[in-house]
Design a protein around this ligand. Sequence first.
Ligand code: URA
Ligand code: SF4
Length: 191
Amino acid sequence: MSKREQLKKIEEEAKKCKKCPLWKTRKNVVFGMGNPETKILFIGEAPGYNEDLKGIPFCGKAGEVLDLLFSSISMKREDIYITNIIKCRPPGNRDPKEEEIEKCREYLEKQIEIINPEIICCLGRHALKYIFKKYSIENKKGISAIHGKVFEKRDIFSTIKIVAFYHPAVAVYNPEKLKILKEDFKILKEI
Ligand code: URA
Ligand code: SF4
């Protein structure tokens, strides 16, 4: 089975998922989109209003910022794969709860396993916390201290690079943050 077919299979399971209470208020499960053969996986936080309506990740204001960042380094969405920590929208866009993240992790874990990326880009502190924990990376600093930095995790078979970014939503009404994000994105060209 191709990576695309494998992902499709899990997406079909996720669409029926009722493992945490967020299924009750969602309109659509937002599983992820992009190129399953990519080397770069982007992980956001959770679907928002627009994403929930359309079933597509980052299709609202934060998505506009993200597309601007991609074009600033001549990258396209089709070059990467993008998903979120949890696949259903928390009501009112509140932060995801620990127990929701725990219930939902099976999907993200399978996505990582299938795509097998060389670079994981964490958009915001929730994604960063999750990925640092998964790869046992010790970090006590907040995102404002480590954005734009690359962390490496090696094992005998491979090296995975993890990059921390501010969440694009913080740049929607903040040109300063947008400038920082644009600077930080340049690192993707280098690595
Ligand atoms: N914010 C996220 O973290 N993910 C989305 O898909 C949209 C907004
Ligand atoms: Fe299932 Fe995840 Fe949606 Fe909760 S957020 S219902 S665990 S897909």
